[in-house]
Ligand binder design. Structure first.
Ligand code: AMP
Length: 364
């Protein structure tokens, strides 16, 4: 069985690593000669919308999945007309467009920050009395890791924020005064079976995820599962999904969802009985989903822009290093370390050491 993946970065790499024990083979399409998954799979090198390469991918792969959501609609349609593609194209269409996504949440009675569509400075000015300050202006498309976003603190910022969007169709959102950010990762099979991971509590800075920690018996788990189930069922979804949420006084507001494996679930490799990567493969192959039970305390720290010495991480008992085979560059995720232990004190102490290591090499 050969799995095709659109994109050959670290997510494809970790999907492939999870698939080898199941006897799976992989083929990735990625323009980068040094794509992180290239060494672990057959590599079709070229643009994501190259018709000849897409035809080759569809022909060689038994089933196609992807590691990023900004797959052009015509590419998803082409692949879907030639082979099985999971997650489904409608999930991509919604996740790619912040306005469609927010309206989708609204239709499912999932709470969000107040929002409004903005296609001109006049739209923005009209929306602000209802949205309130501070607010965030975000481009509807092609935004990730906080890119294409401007914070609006007062009416004085409106013009410059709109100019920074360079005419891109946008949405403005009220700034959510959250206590914490969490995500829920879930997997669904074509038969409708669903498994949920425990909530992950996530710390971002500069819009980029730095630290993700598995929660235990979290008070908000049931609400997050309910939201994720509504999304999965409405989309007739197959594969792993990640829903990012703000926790405001015990109420969860949806920020966005990713129709793919997610950075906030990397701790599941060592920290869960079955990782998100293995469950993604099980889901798209319509195999029984694995237990998402956590094994003790688990967390993950991203290395951004720079790498620690391998031995510095491995020196820390219970830490595991995952290198993505990427050249360090400013703001680029190049590796992560995860931590898993049954002892709460050891967990806290080692996590502090790992986060200070990550801060030292971080150049963003
Ligand atoms: P996004 O690209 O939408 O995931 O945003 C990146 C990060 O910016 C989020 O993880 C939050 O830390 C922050 N952020 C985005 N939207 C909001 C909002 N409406 N209120 C408060 N913080 C936000």
């Amino acid at each position: 069985m050969k799995i095709g993946i659109l994109g050959g970065g670290q997510l494809a790499r970790m999907i492939a690593l999870a698939g080898y024990p199941l006897g799976l083979k992989f083929i990735v399409l990625d323009p980068d000669i040094n794509a992180g998954a290239a060494g672990l799979s057959e590599h079709l090198r070229g643009a994501y919308d190259d018709p000849a390469l897409l035809a080759e991918l569809a022909e060689k792969a038994d089933i196609v999945t992807y590691e990023f959501e900004n797959v052009p609609a015509h590419v998803a349609e082409f692949l879907a007309s030639h082979t099985t593609v999971y997650p489904p194209a409608n999930a991509l269409a919604v996740a790619q467009d912040r306005l469609l996504e927010k309206n989708f949440f609204k239709d499912l009675a999932i709470g969000t920050a107040p929002f409004a569509a903005v296609d001109s400075l006049a739209d923005l000015q009209r929306a602000m009395p209802e949205i309130g300050y501070p607010a965030i202006l975000k481009s509807r498309r092609m935004g990730y890791d906080g890119k294409g976003q401007m914070v609006i603190r007062s009416a004085d910022d409106l013009e410059s924020a709109w100019e920074a969007m360079q005419g891109a169709s946008s949405i403005v959102e009220g700034f959510v005064p959250f206590q914490r950010e969490v995500s829920i990762i879930a997997a669904r099979r074509p038969s409708g079976d669903i498994v949920f991971y425990p909530l992950s509590e996530n710390q971002h800075s500069g819009g980029i995820l730095r630290l993700a920690t598995a929660c235990h018996n979290d008070a908000e788990q049931a609400m997050a599962e309910d939201y994720a189930r509504r999304l999965l069922e409405k989309l007739d979804y197959v594969g792993v999904i990640a829903l990012e949420l703000f926790d405001v006084d015990g109420r969860l507001l949806a920020n966005e969802f990713a129709p793919r494996v997610h950075n906030s679930g990397h701790w599941s490799i060592e920290g869960s009985e079955t990782s998100q990567f293995e469950n993604h493969l099980r889901a798209i192959l319509d195999l029984p989903l694995g237990s998402t039970q956590t094994r003790g305390y688990a967390a993950m720290v991203n290395f951004i822009g720079g790498l620690p010495e391998t031995k510095e991480v491995l020196d820390l008992n219970h830490a595991h290093l995952h290198l993505y085979d990427k050249t360090p560059r400013k703001g680029r995720k190049v590796a992560h370390a995860s931590l898993r232990t049954d002892d709460a004190d050891t967990f806290r102490q080692t996590l502090l050491q790992l986060t200070s290591l990550a801060e030292r090499v971080d150049d963003s």
